[in-house]
Design a protein around this ligand. Structure first.
Ligand code: NAP
Length: 286
C-alpha cells in the first residue's frame, strides 16, 4: 500500500504513537489518502512504550515529522508535553493529534468529537442534533469527547449512563448541567431511553472478545438514531437490535475515518474525503 517509489527526500512524514500500535487502523487510513491524492508523504506506526513517550514526542520535530496521532494509552499523558493545546484538547484533557508548527512547537488537538459528529452528519438520512436528548452509554475518554461535541452541536440534554457512576458524575462536573449522570440500572436506562433522540454506545461492550451490549430498543421513540462507536465488528449486536426495531443506525467506522481528517489536512495540506473506497481499504487493510 505504501508506494515507496514515489517518496522523495522532501516527503512529509507523520505517524501514530501507541503501545501496542500494531492494531491501529490509522496507517491504512492515511496511506489510502496519500495514495489517492498522490502526495509525497508517509505515515508510519510508532510503537512507543510509556516510559519513552516524552523522548519520542520531543524527537518528532527533531526528526522533521509534520506531526502524529496519539492512541491508547498515551492520550492523556501527552497533554503535558504540548507547547499549546486547542480549546477542545484543553477541555478534554486528552490529545489524539499532534501538529508540529513551523517554529517546531507542538500543538495538541483532539478530533474524536469532530469525527463522531461528522460521521452522524454524513449519514444519508441527514442527522441534525439541535435541541434533542442524547443518551450516552459509557463515560470513558471517548464518551467525554462525544459529550463535549454533542453540547457544541446544541443537544440540550445528555444522559450519561455508566457502570461506574463516578466517571459520569465527573463529566457532569466538567461540562455542566446539560449532562445528567445516571447509574447503569434497568430503571435509569428505561427512563432515559423513552425520550432519547440519539442513543450512543461508547463502552467497550460489543467489541470482539467482549460481551455484547443488550438494550431494550423497544423503549426508544420511533424517530431515534442509534450509533455504536465500536467498529470491530462493524455490525454489533447493539446496532443489529436497533435496525431490527426499524431505527436509524450509524456504525462506528466513520468516526475513526473522520477523526483523521484534521491531522491529515495539517500534515499533508488537504482535507481528505471519506469515501466507500477508504472504508473498504480500512476495513480490509493490514
Ligand atoms: P475507556 O476510556 O477505557 O472507557 C471504556 C468505557 O467502557 C467505560 O465507560 C467503561 O465503564 C465501559 N466498560 C468497559 N467494559 C464494560 C463492561 N463490561 N460493562 C459495562 N461497561 C463497560 O475507553 P474509550 O477510549 O472511551 O473507548 C471505548 C470504546 O470506544 C472502545 O471500544 C474503543 O475501541 C472505541 N472507540 C472508537 C472510536 C472510533 O473512532 N470509532 C474512537 C475511540 C474509541 P467503567 O467506567 O465502569 O469502567
Amino acid at each position: 500500500m505504501l508506494n515507496l517509489t514515489t517518496l522523495t527526500g522532501a516527503a512529509r512524514v507523520a505517524g501514530v504513537m501507541g503501545w501496542p500500535v500494531s492494531h491501529s487502523k490509522s496507517p491504512m487510513l492515511h496511506r489510502t489518502w496519500l495514495t489517492r491524492y498522490g502526495i509525497d508523504g508517509a505515515y508510519v506506526p510508532l510503537a512507543v512504550a510509556p516510559q519513552n513517550l516524552a523522548d519520542a514526542v520531543r524527537g518528532l520535530p527533531a526528526l522533521g515529522f509534520s506531526g502524529a496521532n496519539v492512541t491508547i494509552p498515551h492520550k492523556e499523558a501527552v497533554v503535558a508535553m504540548m507547547d499549546r493545546l486547542t480549546p477542545t484538547a484543553a477541555r478534554l484533557g486528552a490529545v489524539n493529534t499532534i501538529i508540529i508548527e513551523p517554529d517546531r512547537s507542538l500543538l495538541g488537538d483532539n478530533t474524536d468529537g469532530f469525527g463522531f459528529i461528522e460521521n452522524l452528519k454524513s449519514d444519508p438520512a441527514g442527522w441534525t442534533g439541535r435541541g434533542g436528548h442524547a443518551v450516552v452509554l459509557g463515560a470513558g475518554g471517548a464518551a467525554r469527547a462525544i459529550c463535549a461535541a454533542l453540547i457544541d452541536e446544541g443537544m440540550n440534554r445528555i444522559s450519561v449512563i455508566n457502570r461506574s457512576r463516578d466517571k459520569a458524575v465527573r463529566i457532569a462536573a466538567d461540562f455542566g448541567s446539560v449532562i445528567e449522570p445516571r447509574p447503569w440500572t434497568e430503571t435509569d436506562l428505561s427512563f432515559a431511553l423513552k425520550s432519547a433522540d440519539l442513543l450512543v454506545n461508547t463502552t467497550a461492550l460489543g467489541m470482539i472478545g467482549q460481551p455484547d451490549l443488550s438494550v431494550d430498543m423497544a423503549l426508544l421513540p420511533d424517530h431515534a438514531t442509534v450509533t455504536d462507536i465500536v467498529y470491530n465488528p462493524l455490525q454489533t449486536a447493539f446496532l443489529m437490535d436497533a435496525a431490527a426495531r426499524g431505527l436509524r443506525v450509524v456504525d462506528g467506522l466513520g468516526m475513526l475515518l473522520h477523526q483523521g481528517r484534521p491531522g491529515f489536512r495539517a500534515w499533508f495540506g488537504l482535507d481528505p474525503e471519506v469515501t466507500d473506497e477508504v472504508r473498504t481499504a480500512v476495513l480490509g487493510g493490514s
